[in-house]
Design a protein around this ligand. Structure first.
Ligand code: DGJ
Length: 719
């Protein structure tokens, strides 16, 4: 609920358990008053009045130099606020400074719509505050949406040139929020290929800590999600805040601790190498940020994000729909297959109980290695005699659906597509662009390039019965330049590229509504809320080694629901790490998300086949908990060398627990599960063992043994 206290000029935004309050202070600036546990109107008013008392009066000659410590909701530049500004624009005379003050506001019982840019769905209330620059015709609309059923506040900014002459945006962040404290630590999720979203927590020193990607993707290296936590905050207790961008391109998220110990958090589209020409009458729309607050530790913060992404970001047509159990041929064959081999795989997969066969890279053009063929989206009949028709026919005969791999944003130099359209790639004429995985990036800032790829992929999806698409993206961008942009607009390249990706995703997903799209970027290089808006699930990592994957899935779970993390069982020794883990362990880790197999089912031993059949049956019995339940982290796999998590049904009547030792010789442990009904009695499915919720909370269950990478998965059901 949003209230406006007219006399005090205070806006009070109430979510489920939180209050976010802002006010127009006596000097006309929009400032934060409060963000935290739900509180009363009187408390908010008292804070606002106190803050106002500290401000200089507008008559004071030094008035303009006093805004450094003001908890600005959107910091301006060059007029007494010496923190990083939230937006900067250059006028035609080169002038950069601004001073934004309140002009008007609107309350709406609806959410903002952002064109192709992903944005929060459903119902909600939105406050839009319009700020106006004292020295130019620029205006900024700040949108704030709140929800009765969530502790997440959604913010973004729309920067509008209300004049007639063009201005150049140099920075256009989505939000700024100041906290009156230096008591926080910063958690970010860093990594690289095959090691995505590793949690790292550090203190916040004075100055600016910048978490960013300038790769054109949200990246393996740093995820567009950070958590600020009190030092003593743990999974179950303590105060923390989350900031998650609904954005898939180059981004910045910054924490700035000033000399007077005020902490500001701000971010959005990366300001590194960014600019945007805004003609008179034009508006620049920034991505949304999901800001969460929890007083019940990191577990509750994650749950807020999980519910929010499931209920308000991911396509409702898919989010709670049963996901197919997939057999993907990538690690089974890489590029080395023919129709005979694929049909054998399909037959074997069908015998195991798999739902969908996904034909990965290598089915098209001259694609026999990763050096050729990208862009030639027509079937390689030398490899697949009988074409896709034959493969799909075989799937149908065996009761499987069919899925297909694409890498829409890329082209190989050795391809018919590139020979025909050498001008369609990112880069500058006369300079050979850098190759990544022997491929170039298509210039998705250009409409005709996106149109051309849309036509091609649509053609295939219309012609064949395809129920699943894996959209891959296997290199970072480079030579950030588009021949189609005038020199003065090259700073727009990154964001325009991302808009092009969204445009294609939007057109394909709205035309092929029944197709389940899985996002992928060399594994989990673009695992973000922006992609999840279009793709209900994302391939979490190319690293399918159970021990590493456990850590990757653990890190990813801080911000994203497990129902979005695509997880497969693969063979051992693992292709990425060389490690051998038990088949059961691999199955248990892969059961924590939309699951499948990334192996050759024709060479499984009889024992493995029967284990796979059992895994699939077991998975089906917990899949609803995976897609709809509350997920909790019980052990920290980095600290404890044990991975233990659980998914609890919303009514707390059942709970799925996965425990895995990450060492060569583990030991027994007491696993406490404090998330069930204390007065309930729970039985471990398939046994006679039962415990009360209180016992599970206080004493726990004994799990584990000495075996290398031992794993156990079990279901507790209320009697
Ligand atoms: C990277 C993906 O993450 C893999 O799963 C696979 O699809 C390869 N690309 C194919 O080139």
């Amino acid at each position: 609920m949003i209230r406006y206290l007219k006399r005090e000029k205070i806006f009070i935004l109430n979510g489920k358990n939180v209050t976010y309050a802002l006010s127009v202070n006596k000097a006309g600036f929009l400032q934060n008053v409060y963000f935290g546990k739900k509180t009363s109107k009187n408390k908010v008013t008292e804070i606002a009045v106190n803050a106002d008392d500290k401000l200089p009066s507008a008559e004071d000659k030094n008035f303009d130099m006093e805004f450094d410590a003001m908890p600005s909701e959107y910091a301006f530049y060059g007029r007494g606020d010496y923190n990083e500004p939230t937006a900067v624009f250059e006028r035609r005379d080169g002038c950069l400074f601004s001073r934004f003050r309140y002009k008007a506001h609107k309350l709406k019982k609806a959410l903002p719509e952002l064109g192709v840019m992903p944005c929060v769905r459903g119902d909600g209330e939105t406050l839009t505050v319009t700020l106006k620059d004292d020295f130019s015709d620029m205006e900024i609309n700040l949108n704030y949406s709140v929800f009765n059923d969530s502790d997440i506040i959604v913010r973004n900014a729309e920067i509008k040139n209300c004049g007639t002459g063009a201005v150049k945006l140099r920075k256009a962040f989505s939000f700024c929020l100041q906290m009156d404290s230096d008591e926080y630590e910063l958690m970010r999720f860093y990594g690289r290929w095959a090691k995505e979203r590793t949690p790292e927590t550090t203190g916040i020193g004075h100055g600016i800590t910048k978490i960013q990607s300038i790769r054109g993707t949200s990246s393996h290296q740093l995820n567009p999600f950070v958590i600020l936590k009190q030092k003593r905050c743990n999974e179950q207790k303590g105060k923390c805040f989350g900031f998650q961008l609904v954005y898939s391109g180059s981004f910045s998220l910054c924490a700035e601790l000033s000399g007077n110990d005020k902490l500001r958090v701000y971010g959005g589209v990366s300001d590194s190498f960014f600019s945007w020409n805004l003609n008179g009458g034009e508006t620049f729309i920034t991505p949304q940020v999901l800001i969460a607050c929890s007083y019940r530790g990191l577990g509750a913060l994650s749950s807020e994000y999980h519910d929010f992404l499931r209920n308000r970001i991911i396509d409702p047509a898919f989010v709670y729909k049963k996901r197919p159990i997939v057999l993907n041929n990538w690690e089974a064959t890489y590029f080395d297959f023919d129709d005979k081999k694929i049909c054998e795989i399909i037959d074997a997969a069908a015998d195991l109980g798999v739902d969908t066969f996904v034909l990965d890279d290598g089915w098209f053009g001259n694609r026999n290695t990763d050096t050729a063929g990208l862009g030639d989206w027509y079937v390689n009949e030398n490899k697949l005699n009988g074409g896709l028709d034959g493969v799909i026919e075989r799937c149908k005969e065996r009761g499987l659906s069919f899925g297909l791999w694409f890498e829409p944003e890329m082209v190989s130099e050795d391809s018919d597509f590139y020979r025909k359209h050498p001008d369609y790639i990112v880069g500058k004429n006369g300079i050979r662009p850098a190759m990544g995985r022997t491929q170039y990036v298509l210039d998705f800032t250009r409409k005709e390039v996106v149109d051309c790829i849309f036509q091609t992929i649509s053609g295939i999806l219309s012609r064949y019965e395809i129920s699943y698409v894996k959209w891959d993206m296997n290199r970072s961008l480079s030579e950030y330049y588009s021949e189609s942009l005038v020199p003065d607009r090259q700073g727009e390249f990154f964001h325009r590229y991302t808009l092009g990706v969204y445009d294609l995703a939007k057109r394909l997903t709205s035309r092929f509504k029944n197709v389940l799209f899985e996002g992928c970027a060399s594994g989990g290089g673009r695992f973000d809320a922006g992609m999840l808006y279009y793709f209900p699930q994302i391939w979490t990592s190319d690293n399918t080694d159970a021990a590493d994957r456990a850590r990757i899935q653990y890190g990813t779970s801080f911000g994203y629901p497990i129902s979005a993390m695509s997880c497969h069982v693969s063979v051992c020794p693992n292709h990425q790490t060389g490690r051998t883990t038990p088949f059961e362990t691999r199955g248990n880790i892969a059961s924590l998300g939309p699951t499948g197999y990334e192996l050759d089912p024709t060479v499984l031993t009889e024992e493995e086949k029967s284990a796979t059949k059992k895994q699939i049956m077991a998975y089906k019995s917990v899949s609803q908990l995976i897609s709809e339940g509350d997920f909790y982290r019980i052990c920290d796999p980095f600290r404890d060398k044990v991975f233990c998590v659980c998914a609890v049904s919303k009514d707390k009547t059942s709970c799925y627990i996965v425990y895995t030792s990450l060492t060569e010789n583990g030991k027994e442990r007491q696993i406490k599960i404090p998330y069930l009904k204390e007065d309930g009695r729970y039985i471990i499915r398939g046994t006679k063992l039962s415990f009360t919720g209180k016992e599970l909370k206080r004493v726990g269950i004994t799990v584990g043994n000495l075996k290398k990478y031992y794993s156990a998965a079990f279901v507790l059901t209320e009697l």
